[in-house]
Design a protein around this ligand. Structure first.
Ligand code: N01
Length: 888
């Protein structure tokens, strides 16, 4: 409980909490239980937050209520039963009132009170809050539990004030009933609020005109009682259900789909889609169809097309149906909606749709709305125009001044900057629940709210026990978190749409994907890791000079690389070198069999070609476009010991599709059965044969390019030197991906990454020992960095930050450039040795592979800007330049 007003006139509390919605109520409860005094400040006259204000007709949650409930008290879970699959706003408000009563929370809340200013006082190390009513508040910690969608966007339409009729905002709906009977009504907007309210307003109004700027994807809710299977799953084991939700991607206990769209037939895809449609569940439609639906434009288009069919099937007027069909954004990149009879409403004779893309609103007049081509007179206008989302309730509601008097609005001038979406550097002891940079609106809010409340309360208790009184994020940690967020946002398609997720709905707002797109479970793991690593990225201080600062970045790996490495670590595998050569090959074959199959290309043909000492296998990949195509001779990775055409198959397919060039992947012989220089000589022999038989392979005669990954990169580099020295064949260019170029093991990248990232130093020792005796190691046929470099073909050298081979790759690129060879370098930040070979697993590798494809096309004299397939999910221009790729 907060102290009464002190001598200064301020009311003192350990913690002040803005907002008495789901987040504020739970936080007040937890703080009280932890023995911290707290005061809640709420501008509404009762609890409820979002559900207090959004009382428009049809307002409901659109996450199933079985998931949209508090989970922190098993007794509370037993004490409340929801009446519907998607509860109405009045029922949710009743639930929050029930919770407030049950835990006696209202006594700590000042209702009808807004904070007009919040100022950090460095002298007292406290926040001072000025409020619209009651005494000012002096608190040690200030927590914004003010919601992500609580600051309505002002109507920026000219003439708004001239309108003489009734005006309503969905986000500030009157508490008394509104009756539209006999009235001509306009609804502006077609987001979730509009899509829920339009069918009900249409039933009452004499005429309803909907003004739509952007059509949204909407699915039928099929509301009713909670589905039996869901109830059964929950009741069977409530704690397990909740725990699964906490570690899931979206905060709902559904494992992600694992089949890729191209592995399914049309009929199988349709069957999955219809099942999801019948389920009436956004999360099911967003996550359960196929693995690439949310990360790849092609995979997404398959869902979007099926959804578009549904609009046409319901809406009778073709022009209206077309106007209602979303075409400007991938499904899920803009928040989709759940509806009840939305599309059918447009078949009513009293409903008209005005397509603002064709005839934008010019102004609002005294009697209605004027567009470019007509005036619509109405008695009432409903603004369903949305919110200044995520940041509005923090920057636009009252000035928050941190250290040195700097306001948070200034600090976020170019977009929100946070550490973990929980704290902001320069604003000590300030926390946000579900702030920008946390999963928040891309998750089941209940799960994210509870995680933040628990994390904050646990931290405050731990600080009290350790004698600290301030906590502040460091700049290093915050900058790292911004980078990690940008990296995550490159995986999903959110950056390809202009939405409130990106700030695009508010004129002048900085643009960028604001929520954390890396998933609820991974995010929770990161927050836990921050604590386990001694509050990494936070400075803690206390009385008498107590200070602790463990500075650093919590995630330096690309998000998907982190997941892969965590998965590998959890498997607790013995080192690859402990299997022996054949054992390692068997293991790898088994491992590869579990990978997603590569994508289809025009044709794949296996054959043999004459090597130095008998036939060698090859696999030819032809694009689906008419040939002849320029040829790339590809060498697989595997440390001269492992690997084959199969192991690098997904990469070859990917590059074949991206380049529109034919790839011939060569099966050179392996050590220890065939030691140095067999692999190099086999590779050179294969190169000669392929170049000499280009036409036979369906290729374009003339210079070929070479490419390879890891030891294959070594083969590609070595064969270029051999071709130069042995009179051919002519090579157009070399793509070296994480190549071995030298035989020393003491460069910094070998030291820094000796044990950590799958390819270890000891594994490299093993590969070298099996392939090459120490006496041979400086031979340029295995250490091309030791060879003559002048006169080599143009090169692209790709290196990864967390790879022992990084520095020798860079050294080779620099040495070639010094000898006048045109060299392009791609230094992939946050990637590990296998990043680019793990196609469709390490999706952040896409940008790098696009760059590689461009280099190969340039070598072959093909136009580089042409994209042969649409599968490149970076092909559309990202809205956020700052998030421009994982590759620096
Ligand atoms: O707001 P919105 P909302 N002229 O921003 C249009 C959650 N929610 O209140 O897309 C003309 O989605 C705007 O057009 P455009 C949910 O997360 C949940 O509906 O910017 N039109 C858009 O059509 C949701 O996503 C539930 O081109 C203008 C609409 O107004 C979020 O809240 C229920 C305009 C605004 O749509 C926000 O939803 C409701 C202008 N000047 C909401 N300005 C649940 O079921 C804006 N628009 C839990």
């Amino acid at each position: 409980m907060a102290n009464a007003a002190g001598a200064s006139g301020a009311q003192h509390a350990d913690v002040a909490v803005v907002g008495a919605g789901f987040a504020g109520l739970y936080l007040l409860h937890r703080l009280r239980k932890a023995g911290l005094s707290a005061i809640g400040l709420e501008s509404g006259n009762d609890v409820g937050g979002t559900w207090y204000w959004n009382r428009y007709p049809g307002a409901r949650c659109d996450i199933q209520t079985s998931d949209y409930s508090y989970t922190w008290d098993p007794e509370l879970e037993k004490a409340w039963t929801w009446s519907e699959k998607y509860a109405t706003q009045p029922e949710i408000l009743r639930y929050l009132g029930f919770v407030a009563d049950r835990y006696d929370l209202r006594r700590d809340i000042r209702f009808g009170t807004t904070v007009s200013a919040a100022t950090w006082d460095d002298g007292t190390q406290r926040w001072l809050l000025t409020t619209s009513s009651g005494a000012p508040v002096s608190c040690r910690y200030y927590v914004m539990a003010s919601g992500c969608l609580s600051a309505p966007k002002p109507p920026e339409i000219e003439g708004f004030k001239d309108f003489k009729g009734e005006v309503y905002f969905t986000g500030r709906w009157p508490h008394e009933p509104v009756d539209f009977t006999g009235k001509r009504v306009a609804v502006i907007g077609t987001g979730s609020s509009a899509i829920q309210s339009i069918p009900l307003i249409a039933q009452q109004a004499a005429h309803l005109t909907v003004f739509q700027r952007t059509p949204n994807f909407a699915l039928p809710a099929h509301n009713g009682p909670s589905p039996a299977d869901r109830v059964e799953m929950l009741q069977k084991d409530v704690p397990a259900f909740r725990e699964q939700a906490r570690w899931s991607m979206a905060g709902v206990p559904l494992p992600p789909a694992t089949d890729f769209s191209w592995q399914l037939s049309d009929a199988e895809r349709r069957e999955r889609f219809e099942k999801a449609w019948a389920a009436g569940d956004l999360v099911v439609m967003l996550t359960q169809l196929w693995a690439d639906q949310a990360v790849d434009v092609d995979g997404n288009t398959l869902v979007a097309d099926l959804l578009r069919e549904k609009v046409r099937a319901v809406v009778k007027d073709p022009e209206t149906a077309e106007a209602l069909t979303p075409r400007d954004h991938p499904f899920g990149s803009k928040r989709p909606c759940l509806d009840t009879g939305y599309y059918a409403t447009y078949n009513r004779p009293n409903v008209t749709l005005v397509n603002l893309r064709r005839e934008p609103i010019k102004s609002i007049t005294a009697s209605g709305i004027r567009t470019d081509s007509r005036t619509v007179d109405v008695d009432a206008i409903v603004f369903a125009t949305g919110f200044d989302a995520m940041t509005g309730a923090i920057t636009a509601v009252h000035p928050i001044s941190g250290r040195g008097g700097k306001s948070i609005a200034e600090a976020w001038e170019h977009g929100p900057q946070t550490y973990l979406g929980l704290t902001v550097a320069g604003f000590p002891n300030l926390f946000m629940i579900t702030g920008p940079g946390s999963p928040s609106v891309l998750s089941n809010m209940m799960v994210s709210i509870e995680q933040h409340v628990d994390w904050i309360t646990d931290r405050l208790v731990a600080m009290r026990e350790a004698g600290f009184t301030t906590i502040e994020a460091t700049d290093t940690a915050q900058d790292g978190w911004q980078r990690h967020n940008a990296d995550c946002s490159m995986i999903t398609l959110h950056r390809l749409a202009n939405t409130w997720y990106t700030g695009a709905n508010v004129p002048g707002k900085p643009q960028g994907v604001m929520p954390y797109t890396g998933g609820v479970g991974p995010y929770r793991g990161i927050c836990n890791e921050v604590v386990e690593r001694g509050m990494l990225g936070f400075r803690l201080t206390g009385p008498n000079g107590a200070e602790q600062c463990n500075d650093g970045e919590i995630v330096r790996l690309q998000p998907d690389v982190r997941l892969v490495l965590n998965l590998l670590a959890s498997m607790n595998l013995p080192p690859l070198e402990s299997f022996g050569a054949q054992g390692a090959r068997d293991f790898l074959a088994q491992f590869n069999a579990t990978r997603p199959a590569g994508r289809p290309v025009g044709e794949v043909v296996d054959g043999t070609l004459p090597g130095t000492d008998g036939p060698l296998p090859y696999r030819l990949y032809r694009p689906s476009t008419p040939g002849p195509h320029p040829i790339v001779v590809y060498f697989h990775g595997g440390g001269w010991v492992l690997g084959d055409e199969q192991s690098d198959d997904p990469l070859c397919r990917d590059l074949c599709r991206r380049t529109g060039m034919a790839f011939v992947s060569v099966g050179y012989r392996h050590a220890p059965e065939h030691r140095f220089p067999t692999a190099a000589e086999d590779s050179y022999a294969a190169l000669c044969w392929i170049a000499g038989h280009a036409a036979e392979l369906g290729g374009r005669p003339g210079p070929v390019s070479v490419a390879g990954w890891s030891a294959g990169g070594n083969m590609a580099a070595v064969t270029c030197q051999m071709a130069r020295d042995r009179g051919g064949p002519q090579i157009a260019g070399q793509l070296l991906i994480c190549p071995v170029t030298d035989c020393t093991f003491d460069r910094p990248s070998y030291v820094d990454n000796a044990t950590g990232y799958f390819l270890t130093r000891s594994l490299m020792y093993w590969f070298w020992d099996l392939y090459c005796s120490p006496a041979d190691r400086t031979d340029p046929r295995v250490s091309p960095l030791r060879g003559k470099l002048a006169g080599l073909p143009p090169a692209m050298v790709v290196t990864c930050e967390f790879d022992p081979l990084r520095d020798e790759g860079v050294a080779y690129a620099e040495a070639m450039a010094a000898e006048g060879v045109p060299v392009e370098q791609l230094k992939a930040r946050g990637h590990f040795h296998s990043s680019f070979a793990m196609v469709d697993v390490v999706i952040t590798g896409v940008g790098g592979r696009v760059q590689m494809a461009r280099a190969l096309r340039r070598f072959a004299g093909l136009p580089v800007e042409e994209t042969p397939t649409r599968q490149d999910n970076t092909a559309q221009r990202p809205i956020q330049a700052a998030a421009a790729g994982a590759a620096d």
